[in-house]
Design a protein around this ligand. Structure first.
Ligand code: GRF
Length: 193
């Protein structure tokens, strides 16, 4: 039996974090067991902290407000990640702009973004995608690179916007995220992608 370790980074609600833990933590896929070895947040008040702990996953809080620059924060973050020697680093609603300190040291990181990239990069993507006159919307899983929301696209899925209310739209986006993100993680860890 092989063991593959992941570290999850989050900043807020943590519903993707919880979904990934529930579907993958300590689960076996062929001859490989996936372990979420740690979850790390920059936000001491993030709801995801309770969610991770409830599922038995250790949380480390690295409060970005205690650091004088993005680089200093990223140094601490990189150190905490490297301590775990993860096979994959999974960003799930991690709301920090990363510096080269992160991207040059952590090469195996992926992110999920609530739009069909390269459209609606950056903040408020979900709202901007909802308000656009596009007929479809969706989500993207991509590699983390030095440019925001611009790394290689690994997976995407979309749906017709029709006449969904904002609440219904948001729900559809999250449902898609919960479906595709764990699948991509498993694919990467058992080397299909
Ligand atoms: C998700 O929509 C994700 O695509 C974006 O941030 C949101 C995080 O939600 N990057 P949650 O914290 O997982 O509930």
């Amino acid at each position: 039996m092989f063991i593959k370790k992941i570290v999850i980074l989050f900043s807020g609600e943590g519903t993707n974090l919880e979904n990934i833990i529930k579907k993958l933590h300590n689960k076996e896929f062929n001859d490989t067991k996936i372990v979420v070895s740690k979850a790390i947040t920059n936000n001491p008040l993030a709801n995801g902290i309770k969610r991770a702990k409830r599922e038995g996953v250790e949380v480390e809080i690295i409060d970005h407000k205690k650091y004088t620059s993005r680089e200093e924060f990223d140094k601490e973050l990189v150190k905490a990640i490297k301590k775990e020697s993860p096979d994959l680093v999974v960003l799930a609603g991690f709301m920090r702009i990363l510096t080269p300190i992160f991207t040059e040291n952590i090469k195996n990181a992926i992110n999920i973004h609530p739009s069909i990239l390269p459209l609606f990069k950056g903040a408020n993507a979900l709202k901007r995608s909802f308000e656009s006159d596009m007929k479809v919307a969706g989500v993207t899983v991509h590699k983390v690179s030095s440019e925001l929301d611009s790394g290689e696209i690994l997976e995407q899925d979309c749906f017709k916007k029709d006449r969904l209310s904002f609440e219904e739209f948001e729900k559809r986006i999250h449902e898609l995220e919960y479906e595709i993100y764990p699948k991509v993680i498993v694919d990467i860890l058992i080397k299909k992608k």
